[in-house]
Design a protein. Structure first.
Lengths: 339, 339
DNA sequence: GTGAAAGCGCTAACAT
DNA sequence: ATGTTAGCGCTTTCAC
């Protein structure tokens, strides 16, 4: 089967000891130029690669970082991942991506595995289902470096990279208000997610600023972030069944925004005649949509980059770190109007 | 820092030997129930997890498989990845995803690293830039199990999972012909990719069947699969600058299809008035597009599943395998018409 | 300048 | 039923 060559192979072939070969390959001064040359040439010839697993075991670090997101098929996350990779690779780290599909169980299983020695640190964006982060808490307490991005755990003290969700939500809601909408509903992910809380807050602030009443019936939660079509459909149907039907919806997530548009289309509810819509989304194809969707865009790539930089700094720090930052990046409202 | 507990820790704390602890944890018959109980309880208490790196080193396998795709932000690939994961996790394998971004260099670097001991096998979809697969060839010869999906290497003998690209392309082209289009252009990825060749072939067959001439000027290649906006834009502009402007375009890839629609929109070329378009895409939001895009959809999830099953079979095979299959799955034409 | 030996965490002969 | 030892591939003292 697949048996890559080892130091021992080289040593045996050349009649040297493994330690000499090891030193020669890593260019120590205490090796004679001739020996060095012979070893290097032979290693090159047989295409020798050091076994990273043996190295990891020895050095007790794997030079890899684990990423936990809900799914890669999400524009925000795929862009963030690209940002993560760009930094990680330039610093010699490998990136292991895992998906939760918004399930607490999968999140826990993935993280437990990653943590149990195969990664040096974690970049985490919580699943919609997750409300109990005690298992993360305990990993963190035991010293596993982690940085949160987008969906953060409030009760864990570490670096956090988020978008200015409040302001983004405020602007999106304000946009609807300025269009003349009076009964603006809010479709969001699960209630305990940090992003849900912050975006709801921005939504409320906009209502308040413009003297519109806040109506709890207008807020619909999707505990799985719209992972299932039915979830979104039910929420939309409930909204449209209200006595005082909303005349607009502000949607708090990428998957949810797209999902809601599909639902509306299937229910033959027309935009903007029947209802106005705006939502968070990092999709790069929104320009192709009809009707167009005015969206709140997060600097996903940059968020991924910053999170990774901070994580690597934590990993490589010689001393325990106790000072943590919460970095807040600005969103941008991308207005797409008909006509 | 982060120092997870080891067998030795348990052994020391309990006054046992590491081997006894090891056996107790893995429930061998030759351990007394009392000892077993004590060990299990203590392990549970300190939340012991075996070190997978040490296990990998010992067993010379990592129970993980490497995946190489061009990018996760591609509907086809993200769906395929979900299929891959679904099988892999159920069989106890972990999945390491790497992206080439259509670059040969990144592909090679990623694969070299994965191969040098950290994965038991590879699921590969080649980058658009890749024409030389000798480095893969040599890994394969040395016994590293690999399975290709979607974009396959013709000169490497192993399992391959592909869609019926020829038929898919034929149907898409035929659809345009039946709509009355006479001068159908073909926008595709790099010329050496297996999918490009097969889809071009299907396109040609449709033209031939309906007595339309094949015109090489109507075929435009994008060596980076439309990774850059300019690449797609240039191709479209060249097509539209032809003496005999095409009245339709059949597009051979996911990213390219979306990219082309954006370009057409920006160039203010209207669909279907100025031109008709159809293309390969697994996007789940095509229904929201306006104008709508008739698309060829690949069974991505299923392809990922099958590829993974075959790979795991290769990995776990006791004897070298010499019989390889090429599995061809049917595409489906999703007609989306105006009106 | 080079080799022998120990150790990273684990399992599996091989004792006892 | 439990302990001792060797070895997976590598680096790193410590000898010579």
């Amino acid at each position: 089967m697949f048996e890559p060559s080892t130091l021992k192979d080289i040593a045996k072939a050349l009649g040297l000891s493994t330690s000499t070969v090891s030193r020669a390959l890593r260019d120590t001064h205490e090796i004679s130029p001739e020996t060095k040359k012979i070893v290097l040439e032979y290693a090159e010839k047989i295409n020798y690669r050091p076994n990273p697993i043996a190295l990891s075991l020895k050095e007790r670090r794997s030079k890899s970082i684990g990423v936990i997101v809900s799914e890669v098929a999400n524009h925000y996350f795929s862009q963030a991942i690209n940002g993560i990779e760009s930094i990680a690779y330039s610093r010699g780290y490998h990136v292991i991506i895992t998906q939760t599909h918004e399930s607490y169980e999968r999140e826990k299983a993935n993280i437990q595995h990653l943590a149990s020695r195969s990664v040096d640190g974690l970049l985490v964006s919580l699943s919609a289902e997750t409300s109990d982060t005690s298992y993360l808490q305990s990993l963190h307490k035991r010293g596993l470096p982690m940085v949160f991005f987008d969906r953060v755990a409030d009760d864990i003290e570490t670096h956090k990279i988020i978008a200015n969700n409040e302001k983004g939500a405020f602007e999106a809601t304000e946009y609807l208000i300025k269009k003349g909408c009076k009964r603006i509903a809010h479709l969001t992910s699960s209630a305990h997610l940090s992003i849900s809380i912050e975006r709801l807050e921005g939504y409320k602030q906009a209502l308040e600023k413009y003297g519109l009443p806040f109506n709890q019936d207008y807020v619909k939660y999707c505990p799985h972030g719209g992972m299932f079509y039915e979830e979104t459909e039910t929420a939309v149907k409930e909204l449209m069944a209200l006595e005082e039907k909303p005349d607009a919806i502000f949607i708090a997530g990428d998957r949810l925004s797209i999902g809601c548009l599909v639902v509306l289309k299937n229910l033959k509810i027309n935009i903007p005649e029947d209802i106005n819509v705006t939502g968070f989304s990092n999709s790069d194809v929104l320009d192709l949509f009809n009707p167009p969707l005015t969206s709140v865009r997060q600097p996903a790539f940059e968020m991924g980059q910053i999170a990774t930089e901070k994580l690597i700094k934590l990993i490589e720090s010689k001393y325990p770190v106790y000072e943590f930052e919460k970095e807040v990046l600005e969103t941008s409202l991308q207005v797409r109007d008909d006509l």
